[in-house]
Write a protein that binds this ligand. Structure first.
Ligand code: KDO
Length: 335
């Protein structure tokens, strides 16, 4: 995948020269159409929350369209599509934002966020204001709300007899699929593995063929994508309490009346809250089902993973982009 610098990325978006008019109008000319692109499936809880909570709340003035499984825009290209006027919304990751604004890597760093509530406190804290403002001013994207994806764990094809993962050293040489941006690859290396960039849509087939040894995602994703059919173990590393932002076109936002903006904001917050509860519930209740499918689930030496991962970030290029004092503020909002 291309490595974007902030300037190059924004220039490439500007060069597209596209406007919001590229977004299709609906039959009812009084209504706008809000189009969401996601690499998640229709049954992913974030997708369900957007369809079942967000869409009805905005229905008075906007129709809701969605492209699932990366069919509308490939994973990692959605923010450019919004900035170029070709898309209204995406479920964006901090890792994608870090492609444009490296300081976002702080929210993609292993063992920083502690849980779902911590993510919400961080997102709503004034510490986020300059981050949100930069994305709005420089990319034309508003971050409306924070969605919970869950605790990412290491999920491998090898049986535990073949490979017992206790510490990062046990992952040496393991070909671990991570999504395709620098922040993800860094995290894969920090875990001790050999990270391979691959689009989400290709993970199942690559696990099945043995092109990769494993992948990392929360338990609900393992079930939603049926990764349990093609893997044999999950080491509960919890290396990233992962989040996504509901990203919305600033151009469309600015075209809305103030009361419509309020409705959109409330709808995003309500969808995020609903999805978070659903995802937490799934996360807490899926282990037995996954085990029943023949996948061993166990907890490795978490202290060894935390210490090793955190040590990799110290003095890293990523950490150099973090604004002074922000990590301390994030930690102070923890438990
Ligand atoms: C993935 O590619 O592993 C990932 O979990 C990364 C997330 O940031 C998010 O984009 C997610 O995929 C997709 O929404 C599919 O669940």
């Amino acid at each position: 995948m291309l490595k974007f610098t902030r300037r190059a990325a924004i220039a490439s978006v500007a060069a597209l020269g596209l406007t919001a008019s590229a977004i299709p109008a609906t039959a009812d000319s009084h209504k706008m159409t809000f189009t969401l692109a996601t690499s998640g499936s229709e049954t992913d809880q974030r997708s369900v929350a957007m369809a079942d909570v967000f869409a009805p709340m905005v229905a008075e003035f906007a129709d809701y369209q969605v492209g699932y499984n990366g069919t509308l825009f490939a994973q990692g290209t959605e923010l450019e599509a919004i900035a170029g006027g070709n898309l209204t919304m995406s479920i964006a990751s901090a890792q994608e934002l870090a492609q444009f604004f490296p300081e976002f890597s702080i929210f993609a760093t292993g063992y920083v966020h502690q849980d779902a509530a911590h993510q919400v406190r961080v997102f709503n804290d004034p510490l986020m204001d300059p981050f949100k403002k930069t994305v709005e001013d420089e990319l034309g994207v508003k971050l409306l709300s924070v969605m919970y994806l869950g605790r990412r764990h290491v999920n491998l094809r090898q049986t535990r007899d073949e490979l017992d993962v206790q510490t990062p050293a046990d992952l040496a040489g393991v070909n671990l699929r991570m999504p395709g941006t620098d922040a993800w690859q860094f995290l894969g290396s920090a875990l001790g593995a050999s990270p391979t960039p691959l689009a989400f849509s290709e993970v199942y087939t690559s696990l099945s063929s043995g092109a990769i040894d494993g992948q990392d995602n929360p338990l609900p994703t393992v079930v939603d994508q049926k990764f349990y059919e093609v893997t044999k173990q999950i080491a509960l590393t919890s290396h990233l309490v992962d989040l996504n932002y509901i990203a919305f076109s600033k151009e469309i936002w600015d075209s809305l009346a103030p009361d419509q903006q309020l409705v959109v904001q409330r709808a995003a917050d309500a969808a995020a809250a609903y999805g978070r509860l659903k995802q937490l519930d799934k996360e807490n209740n899926l282990a037995d089902f996954i085990r029943s499918q023949g996948v061993e689930i166990y907890t490795p030496d978490l202290e060894a993973f935390r210490t090793h991962v955190q040590a990799q970030y110290v003095g890293s290029e990523a950490a150099e982009s973090w604004p002074e004092g922000v990590l301390d503020k994030i930690n102070a909002l923890g438990n």
